[in-house]
Design a protein around this ligand. Structure first.
Ligand SMILES: [Zn+2]
Length: 47
């Protein structure tokens, strides 16, 4: 058993909060390669 919050070994799209750039990666690619902002996983539902 591994304590993970997301499916491992699967690339998911991350979107920049600030500029909207999308980076597909297995792990959080923060900071944004374009503006240095914070990235979020697009597949994570936001409350
Ligand atoms: Zn950005």
């Amino acid at each position: 058993m591994r304590d993970v919050t997301q499916t491992p070994d699967e690339e998911t799209p991350y979107e920049c909060f600030d500029c909207g750039a999308v980076v597909v990666a297995e792990d959080d690619p923060s900071p944004c390669p374009k503006c240095g902002g914070e990235m979020r996983n697009r597949q994570t539902p936001l409350e």
